[in-house]
Ligand binder design. Sequence first.
Ligand SMILES: Cc1cc2nc3c(=O)[nH]c(=O)nc-3n(C[C@H](O)[C@H](O)[C@H](O)COP(=O)(O)OP(=O)(O)OC[C@H]3O[C@@H](n4cnc5c(N)ncnc54)[C@H](O)[C@@H]3O)c2cc1C
Length: 466
Amino acid sequence: MPKQQNILIIGAGLCGSLLALRLGQRGYNVSVYEMRPDLRKVDISAGRSINLAFSVRGNKAMKLVGLEDQVKALCIPMHGRMIHDAHGNTFQSNYSGRTHEFINSISRGELNALLLDEAEKHENVNIHFNKKCKSIDFENTTALFKDYNTKDEFLEDADVIIATDGAGSALRKSYYLGKKFLFSFSQAYLTHGYKELSILPKDNGDFKIYKNALHIWPRGSFMLIALPNLDGSFTVTLFLSYDEGAYNFNNLTNDERVLEFFSKEFPDALAVMPNLLDDFFTNPTAPLGTIKCSPWHYKGNTLLMGDAAHAIVPFYGQGMNASFEDVVEFDAVLDENLSSWEATFKTYEKRRKKDTDAIADLAIDNFHEMKGHVNQAIFQEKRKLEMALEKQFPEDYASKYALVTFNEDIGYREAMLRGRAQDKAILNLLADKKIDINGDLKTILEQVKQETEAILEDDRIAGLNQ
Ligand SMILES: Cc1cc2nc3c(=O)[nH]c(=O)nc-3n(C[C@H](O)[C@H](O)[C@H](O)COP(=O)(O)OP(=O)(O)OC[C@H]3O[C@@H](n4cnc5c(N)ncnc54)[C@H](O)[C@@H]3O)c2cc1C
């Protein structure tokens, strides 16, 4: 495929700006259209996942485009979960027994701005803001836009259109409404939504709670989490049902109820959130959902990528990482110089979709783990054991969390199959009292491996690993 080809990218979010940069580096003519204003000039972040957990799959993409060091400067390492119980007691549960394995808190805006800056350094990349895509004619490879400044509508033509326009993708909608081919699509909302709050820095700019952890206040059917920012603040997110339970988003409608809820459930958080009510009633409550669809492409004309193809709930901290990994996988297919865009898109989707389906399911698992299981004794025993195994046998053992989060060379699907079997194996062995935390770790490792293999074999026979 000649490099003079014009590629139109819709959406200059995290995935679109990275894709523009990479395709720019590869020499394509790239035009990007973004509906919002340029986030480097206007603050548009309020209440919309201000920071994110960034880990090795995302970093693999940063290495690909040569930005690893610049991104590292934006990162705050988080070595584990700092769990806050209802009395304000805390304990830290590390993400891994290997000290070099941790996740990072990063600002969405800063990261997006860096990617835009780098993409724009290539004269073959042009980014246009305030231009919303309304629909795409995927048969003729044209996109209809509305210019928010002039209010005019205009049509753009390209050799290839790639939509990285997030969970509400205009291309996905055009596929669905077009009814021209067998397009499958599913959208599943959680009964919970989220609202962003904040813990502001101390007057001297210091962090009010421990900086290098992802704080969680797990309460069974709902939870609060907090991730640090470079300015000393934390972005706090409340995940809560819209209409179930004694307290829910629909009935937290006045100051008294919100204060009552926080003083009962999160007293230590409330103590460092004097701005709670302002945040609560200013910031939006937003839904959380999983979107799966196929095919991602139409012939060799159009392709969905990032959240537009596979939006997931945020509980594994992998949505952005997966979207970045999309670009790495797509780049690897481009390296193969296949005969056409159609062959390229087809190969990419065939390799990638099983992994993005897997991380979607894992993210739902982790929703239940974070809001509830982390508080259960057997779960805590399992985590302690896994920490000990990872520490003592760093080459031989990786928990499900580590397989997903710290092993960029293992696909999400393989991580899910092995990780789930391992979880089941340890929980069974603990419940049956066949292992305990004070036992000989070498023997425990062998027992866990044997039990895991037996479960994987059963799953294979039952056809669950196909
Ligand atoms: C509460 C929350 C917490 C999260 N935490 C994490 C985390 O810790 N770690 C992690 O890895 N991921 C996390 N995610 C997921 C992550 O935000 C997404 O996976 C990631 O933003 C996907 O990037 P994207 O570029 O595909 O989509 P987006 O970031 O949504 O970008 C899409 C872009 O397209 C633009 N656009 C949309 N429609 C149009 C249109 N019609 N025309 C033109 N432009 C358009 C939008 O303005 C936007 O700039 C979280 C998500 C949420 C909601």
